[in-house]
Design a protein around this ligand. Structure first.
Ligand code: GDP
Ligand code: GDP
Length: 437
């Protein structure tokens, strides 16, 4: 489920990105970040003493529109304040306390954030005394570190982990379907959320619990409970960083992590963009049930083939998601808004569908009879039997004579046959090919 977020904050040049790289190390980032910007990566996932968390290097959030250092620092700190459970506030122990440090401290204090103060660039233990000057910032004991050499980072991580919220044992509503709307800025996500919530009068009050719950909106329609994920984040408006692609991708990732069903919202008036594809790709990788909402359909000039052409464009731009249904909606006129949540329900059903082993094997046998499995050097792939090994998304294991004989194209063929037989609308399915032992 959702991992806590830790943000690294501080004025420029104190060593934030050095620390980020040190803490993330060679571990694999969850995000393929857009390269070519100042920093290669600004989000990553790491763990310490068995606690995993996301780490954000807010220093990597640079803003074209914001040239004043003062503003930049403020925006970066605000981002951390919005997003993070715990902030690592980095200062430069060699330069000592500066006005900019005090400004950042003020922002963090007013927001009531949990802060760990790291005094960096103390490369030798005999420099550690320099950390004490920072006591006056009021964030408890300053932790002397050297991001460059790795000194003190263990103590720093101990302090961070001790402040993380208790692992979400989730006062989870098991029957509720968690739905996320993702997409680039301005496609109409918050308008859709408003339409969904406004449309349905049976809005129940938020479940008391962790602070994160407050960002979700429960809705009940036709006896089915839904949780609209991260609605607070979607609705929060007017901050500069919302227009930054890497930031909106991070938001999307957080929402995807916490959802069962993900709707990719596309601006019908503007068409499909590269950013739409990236956002959708993340939900696909995460194995979520998915559909497309083509919004602003009210302003699209249409004839009787427009919707069909749009569907074809989606199919060709998102070739690995041909199973994802498309709904043409308008948050403004409310056209088809009432169909969104029932669709989510259908997708959620596919997502956790289990099929019987006997029917599954009949379908596979039939598929094999119709199109012979691939062969290589006189040896033909033989599929002995198949079994469903998981849900969310549905996952199947095929037991075969030699997995290396399997072809991608034959896997696609089998997947299509499974879809024809069982439906699986709106969910990815996974096939694994295993040698029968
Ligand atoms: P940011 O702007 O806060 O992200 O700072 P950077 O990580 O880019 O670091 C700024 C400068 O400080 C770079 O030249 C780093 O090599 C240097 N630096 C970072 N950490 C340390 C450290 O622990 N010791 C020393 N001596 N220099 C450091
Ligand atoms: P978000 O950034 O994805 O949350 O997008 P918003 O919900 O803030 O919408 C961005 C802009 O598109 C606003 O000016 C909305 O009024 C407008 N908008 C949203 N949905 C529709 C729609 O269905 N039709 C039209 N014509 N405009 C819409």
């Amino acid at each position: 489920m959702a991992l806590p977020v830790v943000a690294i904050v501080g004025r420029p040049n104190v060593g934030k990105s050095t620390l980020f790289n040190r803490l993330i190390g060679e571990r694999i980032s969850i995000v393929e970040d857009t390269p070519g910007v100042t920093r290669d990566r600004i989000y990553g996932t790491t763990d310490w003493n068995g606690r995993s968390f996301h780490l954000i290097d807010t220093g990597g959030i640079t803003l074209d529109g914001v040239d004043e250092l003062q503003n930049l620092i403020r925006v970066q700190a605000e981002l951390a304040i919005d997003e993070a459970d715990v902030v690592i506030f980095v200062v430069d122990g060699r330069e000592g306390l500066t006005v900019a440090d005090r400004d950042v401290a003020g922002l963090l204090r007013r927001a009531g954030k949990r802060v760990v103060l790291a005094v960096n660039k103390l490369d030798h233990p005999h420099h550690f005394g320099a950390a004490y000057e920072f006591y006056e910032l009021g964030f408890g004991e300053p932790i002397p570190i050297s991001a460059e050499h790795g000194a003190g980072t263990g103590d720093l991580l101990d302090a961070v982990v001790s402040l993380l919220p208790a692992a979400e044992e989730a006062p989870q509503d098991e029957d509720a379907i968690r739905v996320a709307l993702i997409g680039r800025p301005n496609v109409g996500k918050s308008s859709l959320i408003n339409a969904l919530v406004g449309e349905e009068r049976l809005v129940v009050s938020p479940v008391a619990g962790t602070t994160r719950d407050a960002v979700d909106t429960p809705v009940e329609v036709g006896g089915q409970r839904y949780i609209l994920v991260d609605t607070a984040g979607i609705r929060r408006k007017g901050k500069v960083y919302e227009t930054i692609e890497r930031y909106s991708i991070f938001r999307a990732l957080r929402a995807i992590e916490r959802a069962d069903v993900v709707f990719v919202v596309i601006d019908g008036a503007e068409g499909i963009t590269e950013q739409d594809k990236r956002v959708a790709g993340h939900a696909l990788d995460a194995g979520r049930a998915m559909g497309f909402l083509v919004n602003k359909w009210d302003v699209v000039e249409k004839d009787d083939k427009t919707a069909h052409r749009f569907e074809e464009a989606i199919a060709s731009e998102f070739p690995f998601m041909r199973w994802a249904p498309v709904l043409f909606v308008s948050a403004r006129t409310k056209q088809r808004i009432h169909r969104i949540l029932p669709l989510a329900q259908r997708l959620a059903e596919s997502h956790c569908m289990r099929v019987s082993t006997s029917t599954l094997n009949l379908v596979i046998q039939d598929a094999v009879r119709t199109v012979s499995p691939p062969s290589d050097k006189g040896q033909r792939l033989r599929i002995y039997y198949a079994t469903q090994v998981g849900v969310k998304p549905p996952a199947f294991a095929l037991y075969v004579n030699d997995p290396s004989l399997m072809h991608f194209s034959y896997e696609r063929y089998l997947e299509n046959r499974l879809r024809e037989a069982f439906g699986f609308a709106g969910t990815p399915i996974r096939l694994s090919v295993r040698a029968r032992s």
